[in-house]
Design a protein around this ligand. Structure first.
Ligand SMILES: C[S@@+](CC[C@H](N)C(=O)[O-])C[C@H]1O[C@@H](n2cnc3c(N)ncnc32)[C@H](O)[C@@H]1O
Length: 271
């Protein structure tokens, strides 16, 4: 039996563009000998796994994808979608859909360079997160990454954690900046491990509060464009001591990535 529970299959074309854009930058993707990526819990349609592999192939043209779903009907319908594209003369190659849960049942001897599990753990309990992460991580190659997160229906607000064999590495937020009132809109889309921790006394709460404050401080820059205002916001976070990763090229997209250690829940332990 696949490990986990069938949950709602809601998905939408292009909703995962923000996380996919970040996934393209994962260094090991370029160097791995085995560019196999997994979309775990792809939902009621095959559209987001196909978009995922198309984006990954921009940096790794020989990448292949296995999509796992815990719902057998969704496996059948995704396979039927693949077959119908092939029949229509638009075959999608190097993609397979299989029944599977958090155990990520790859063919014997295979490991994944990347697992994307989006809007899957959202419907579980916080207490289920660590075990699910550990199971998925055990299907990764030594330098592989699990990207686990959540977004809104159309992908304007997105948040994810990158997890390797050494445990969680970072938290990323990615926001559509036009008409953004407060970055803390991301609070309701935080990955399950953090969503209930956005309360006084937890680091992620301080992070969200300071992010809102910096965004407000830089409001006058909004007249030069929301992206300039965001870059200044992220620079302020960095100069205030937050371990912000990457640089302006990423920040301009409405992204901020910080070391996990800066936002980890109180008492969090990987080992
Ligand atoms: C809300 S949909 C997300 C679809 C897509 N990833 C997206 O973000 O648009 C969640 C999907 O995860 C599947 N799911 C839930 N638990 C799972 C598990 N343990 N293993 C595999 N799939 C799972 C559900 O059956 C559902 O189709």
């Amino acid at each position: 039996m696949p490990i986990g529970a069938i949950t709602r299959g809601t998905t939408n074309p292009n909703r995962l563009r923000r996380v996919d854009r970040w996934a393209q930058t994962w260094p090991a993707l370029r160097t791995t000998e085995n560019p196999l990526v997994v979309d775990l819990g792809y939902g009621a349609k095959a559209v987001t796994p196909v978009e995922f592999i198309e984006r990954i192939r921009k940096v790794r043209p020989d990448a292949r994808l296995i999509g796992f779903e815990i719902d057998p009907d969704r496996v059948s319908s995704a396979r039927a979608e693949l077959a119908s594209w092939a029949k229509a003369g638009r075959p999608v190659t190097g993609v397979a859909f299989e029944l599977g849960g958090f155990e990520t049942p790859l063919p014997t001897g295979k490991k994944a360079a990347m697992i994307r599990a989006f809007n899957v753990l959202r419907q579980y309990d916080e207490a289920d997160v660590l075990e699910a992460w550990r199971r998925m991580v055990s299907a990764l190659s030594d330098d592989g990454v699990l990207i686990e997160g959540t977004c809104d229906e159309i992908g304007r607000v997105s948040a994810w954690v990158a997890v390797t064999h050494d445990g969680p590495q970072s938290l990323s937020l990615s926001l559509k900046l036009d008409a953004l009132e407060e970055p803390s809109i991301a609070a309701e889309r935080l990955p399950k491990v953090l969503i209930h921790r956005n309360v006084e006394g937890e680091s992620v709460h301080r992070f969200m509060t300071e992010l809102d404050r910096a965004w407000k401080t830089h409001a006058p820059l909004g007249s030069f464009g929301a992206s300039q205002r965001w870059v200044a916001t992220v620079e302020t976070m960095k100069s205030n001591g937050w371990p912000v990763q990457a640089g302006r090229t990423r920040w301009r997209l409405g992204e901020i990535t910080v070391d996990w250690s800066a936002v980890a829940p109180n008492g969090f332990r990987w080992h």
